[in-house]
Design a protein around this ligand. Structure first.
Ligand code: NDP
Length: 324
């Protein structure tokens, strides 16, 4: 059965997450204002799930866009599912709630629907998001992630957030939280890189077995920022098998790349600041891939990560040494 435009998954805490999310991370050449304008277009065409983060530097503009769409009657606050992220220099427990409150103030919102730990890797605590030593190397820190998690639980109890989760965690790091003594709330999701070249089948199975939703980012192959992504890496939307399936079903490569993940039970985030594409990426409800198409796309997987983040490899919490 094809998907409905307002389809959602029920999280393990009972809240609902729309299955198609709008990514707001601007590419190098784009402005924060463009992120705001694109968010308005996204809400107009039907997206209700907005993914943002402190480190994107555009919470003011994205919050203004959401509030403008509430003010003009397009949506109510409760129609929107807003995700924010705790940056890596704020893992020490006493920095968690102030970081969240700063984001809420910038956004002009009373609460977030979802607040997630952006990455298990911790950087030196402080207001500089990327503190470096005298040799220009990043300074890592090593708070017990379970203490960070307890601080997130307190934010949920204080009703500043409805749901709490993680991002870029491997299965062992998830287990650490799931098995912690006195765990009050399980992570509702793990937001990770996921696309036809990195289909995350093992992590997906693990997350499903724990009732944790896998949310995929860079599902279209990412915006390929020069500082983070190898510019020679293959492009998702140019993959011949993807293009062939897209031709067969009469849809765009982007739509098929997203549908492939949705049909496997993954929530998808897609970023575009181009109105026509914002619209196109939301029109996934009137077609379905056959089991054979899915199998062909499974065959394209090469466990290839765009965001290896080599410069974080020295952190004891680097998540990608393990297979999943
Ligand atoms: P995506 O995989 O969503 O790809 C975005 C790129 O694809 C842009 O260059 C965009 O161009 C282009 N594009 C979008 N739609 C189409 C289309 N229909 N046809 C052709 N090209 C298209 O990239 P992101 O890496 O930005 O991931 C999406 C979101 O996920 C982010 O914005 C962010 O919210 C989240 N994210 C989370 C991370 C984490 O660590 N938790 C890490 C990375 C991303 P254009 O804008 O010009 O249309």
């Amino acid at each position: 059965m094809a998907l409905k435009a307002d389809a959602y998954v029920v999280l393990n805490d009972g809240h609902k997450m729309p299955v198609i999310g709008f990514g707001t991370a601007a590419a190098e050449q784009e402005t924060k204002e463009q992120a705001g304008e694109a968010t308005k277009v996204a809400i107009d065409v039907g997206y209700r799930h907005i993914d943002c983060a402190f480190i994107y530097g555009n919470e003011v503009q994205v919050g203004q866009a959401i509030n403008a769409k509430i003010a003009d009657g397009t949506v109510k606050r409760e129609d929107i599912f807003y995700t924010g992220k705790l940056w890596s220099s704020n893992h020490v427990p006493e920095r968690v709630r102030p970081a969240l409150e700063k984001s809420l103030k910038d956004l002009g919102l009373d609460y977030m629907d979802l607040f997630i730990i952006h990455n298990p890797v911790e950087l030196k605590p402080g207001d500089d998001p990327f503190s470096k030593d005298e040799n220009g190397k990043l300074i890592f820190h090593n708070t017990d992630i379970r203490d960070t998690w307890k601080a997130l639980e307190a934010c949920k109890d204080a009703k500043l957030v409805r749901s709490i989760g993680v991002s870029n965690f491997n299965s062992k790091q998830l287990e650490l939280i799931l098995n912690m003594p006195g765990l009050k709330y399980k992570p509702v999701c793990n937001q990770v890189e996921c696309h036809i070249f990195l289909n995350q089948s093992k992590l997906l199975e693990f997350c499903k077995s724990k009732d944790i939703v896998l949310v995929g980012y860079s599902v279209l192959g990412s915006s390929r920022p020069k500082d983070w992504v190898d510019q020679n890496s293959p492009k998702v939307l140019e993959d011949p098998v993807l293009i062939d399936v897209a031709k067969k079903v009469g849809r765009s490569a982007a739509q098929v790349a997203m549908c492939y993940l949705l049909q496997r039970g993954i929530v998808v985030l897609a970023k575009s600041f181009t109105p026509e594409r914002i619209k196109q990426n939301f029109q996934l409800c009137d077609f379905q891939l056959s089991a054979e198409d899915i199998q062909r796309l499974d065959g394209v997987n090469k466990n290839m990560r765009y965001f290896n983040i080599e410069i974080w490899k020295e952190s004891p919490k680097y998540p990608y040494h393990d297979e999943y």
